[in-house]
Design a protein around this ligand. Sequence first.
Ligand SMILES: *[C@@H]1O[C@H](CO)[C@@H](O)[C@H](O)[C@H]1NC(C)=O
Ligand SMILES: *[C@@H]1O[C@H](CO)[C@@H](O)[C@H](O)[C@H]1NC(C)=O
Length: 286
Amino acid sequence: MFHSSMLLAGLLAATASARPAAPNADIKCPVVLSGQVPTATQLTDFDSYATSKVFNPDYVRASSIPWSKSLLFPAVANSRFDNSSYKSLEVTISEKSIFQTQNGFRRAGLQIMGDTNEGGPGTTGVRTLHWSVKQDAARKLNLTHEYLNVWHETSDYSANQFNFEMGTLIGKSGDKNTFKVTNRQNNVIWSTAIDNTAWQNFAVTLDYNKNTLQVYYSKGDDALKSVTSALSNDNSGGGQFQIGILKKPTGTSDVVNSGYQESPINEGQIYGGIFLEDSANGCISL
Ligand SMILES: *[C@@H]1O[C@H](CO)[C@@H](O)[C@H](O)[C@H]1NC(C)=O
Ligand SMILES: *[C@@H]1O[C@H](CO)[C@@H](O)[C@H](O)[C@H]1NC(C)=O
């Protein structure tokens, strides 16, 4: 009796991790860039242009740590916009996640294949970037630090049109246990509590014609709802999206190059449903 129920529990667990439950919604608008990971993808596929179909194999990461050593395929049910053709991906950082000579940061950031710094497809018209996030209890972030997780950075690297952040924003007051969206001026325009178990789904519409920014959000398998209006924002400067983890140090005014980071670090952020859609004529997948 005990034995067979154990066996059944084991089988159910195996089924749950192998086959994503199907909380999914259709993508309604033309996809401009896709960061959705096909189920057959192997971790080593992310390491070279010959095999990486989804993300740039070379950026933005420590040159000595190929993506196959810092990405994981977590055994979680898929997020809202990932049907059974796709799976979730976890970005992790360690104490060695240092890009070039940026000794203040610990970072690993994905760039969607086809997104380019000069004249990329994410810099004209009306574009909505979607992503979902889930926390990994085994790789918790230290929210005493400021984290940049998703953003669009100008092509001259002088500013970000928007940021999606977690933790303690340096020099600002506020609740560290929240996700925050900040605008070009780094002002918080919206925030919501970090849920330690549920998927949380986000979308940001950048209207390059009207220079506005609008945020959408939902939890679990709920449909997205707008949580801000289309707010005025300076979307100029081109550039590209980045998705992952950038952990800022504490105790410094020169965050890129110096400051305190603990060691070792074993932190991760689970992502799903990454895509950029064409929101011309008000189209948006909710
Ligand atoms: C998942 O969605 C994509 C389009 O985003 C579609 O091409 C594919 O057939 C879908 N897969 C399933 C199993 O429905
Ligand atoms: C979290 O970060 C703070 C500030 O750097 C540090 O003092 C603390 O030891 C860290 N906590 C853990 C659990 O590493």
